[in-house]
Design a protein around this ligand. Sequence first.
Ligand code: KIV
Length: 264
Amino acid sequence: MLDKKVTLNTLRAKKGKEKIVAITAYDALMAKIFDGEVDVILVGDSLKMSFGGENETLRANLDEMIYHTKAVCAGTKYSFVLGDMPFGTYATKKMALTNALRYYKECNVDALKIEVDSNKIDVVKALCTEGIAVMAHIGLKPQFMRFEGGFKVKGKNEVEENELIESAIAMQEAGAFGILCEGIKASVAQKITQSVQIPTIGIGAGVHCDGQILVWSDAFGFFDAFKPKFVRQYCDGKDMLKNAVRNYANDVKNAVFPSDNESY
Ligand code: KIV
């Protein structure tokens, strides 16, 4: 359990020394449970799938992200909170600045994450120049799911490998404080991690990244629409809760809840 607020410097200092632990959360209730147990809480646009029941992340909008990020920040004291810029909000440098400044200021969030490749170097540079801490998300970019016709693992050939390593270096030079590597061949994520001085956090990118992140509803067995290969499930949340709600329903139906002790 952490006893001090995680800052950018804490994360930087862990590079190559101690693994960074990250998880998503979308509300204050979960954030309070995860706070201090993990270094980073990401308010990911994955909330559209895990929380919103959709099959992709593209329909998340800035107002929704701000709403959820405020809730997570309200429930968090120690962990570093990372907000996720939704699809279409950083299409140009100008849009990125307007939207990121609003998100950063309204939520009091520690940093923002954007899905990038080498075409977005100017956007990352512009945000960092304004004092916004940026994490660059490379590899499998869920916001490109429609464009690419699915969730595609990256780094499978030399061209992709070189593009990923070059992007990561360019993001570091543009000012990004970290790289999120999603759906990247483990050997390539290892090379990315060795090629930059900033921390890498992986999801479906092997063990060599400087840290790992999972979507909370995958990690704790609440999301069962599909189970990606990279997910390790740490409890059977859905079944646990289903049993609990059945017990509650039975108690109500059998008039054994509330008891005298639970009544005024
Ligand atoms: O939106 C999200 O939760 C993410 C993670 C998959 C890293 O970007």
